[in-house]
Design a protein around this ligand. Sequence first.
Ligand code: URA
Length: 250
Amino acid sequence: MSDSKSVKKLRVDKILSHLGISTRSESKKLVKQGRVLVDGVAIKDSGLQVNPEIAKIEVDGEAVHYREFIYLLLNKPQGVVSATEDKWDDTVIDLLEAQYIAFEPFPVGRLDKDTEGLLLLTNDGQLAHELLSPRKHVPKTYEASVLGAVDEADGVAFRNGVTLDDGYETMPAELEIIRQFEQEGEIHSEIRLTIMEGKFHQVKRMFEAVGKKVVYLKRISMGPLQLDPELALGDYRELYPEELEALRNR
Ligand code: URA
């Protein structure tokens, strides 16, 4: 984990652009106009180096709160891809305000374009790496609507591991059957599934392995993080300090 106390001196214009407050050339103008103060004194050079953890920076009388990393909890809607750029589709980054995009966040792992739910976005590469490491077995829980009558035999199969279409044997997973209902003469099942790994299309392929089809998929948790019911689809918020603490300590 990167230690924020290790932040060394940075140029004021770099700090302001990192925080999405102004571009380098805008900073130059702001400084020229005497609108940028460091420790109460208007600075003359936007390239002045300060320790952003210690220096009190103000722009137009407003204090600038420096942080190196951001952590955003997104309720991903369908139709956007879990990437920072895409030729054809909107990405999860397109859902963010400029002040957050300035931090250059990226999604921690992937949800399919048609999957909804919890997606963490950050620019903290180390934390992302730890959460994604196959050795860490971070549990991820999904809710799904499945075409077909999911039953206890599927639960046993998932607990023992199933063979995916490419021959991969899945690790033990926990299935909970929430309810079953009939629609247009077909049985549908609502389930919860917790997996400890994150292979491509894993949940969909696990159900394919037992002859059933996922028709709706939503992630509701990842490690200690839970999807916030207050977040509408497409909405996001910064992690609360206790959520970040829990992620770091897991
Ligand atoms: N499993 C899937 O099949 N799709 C997802 O988006 C996530 C897990």
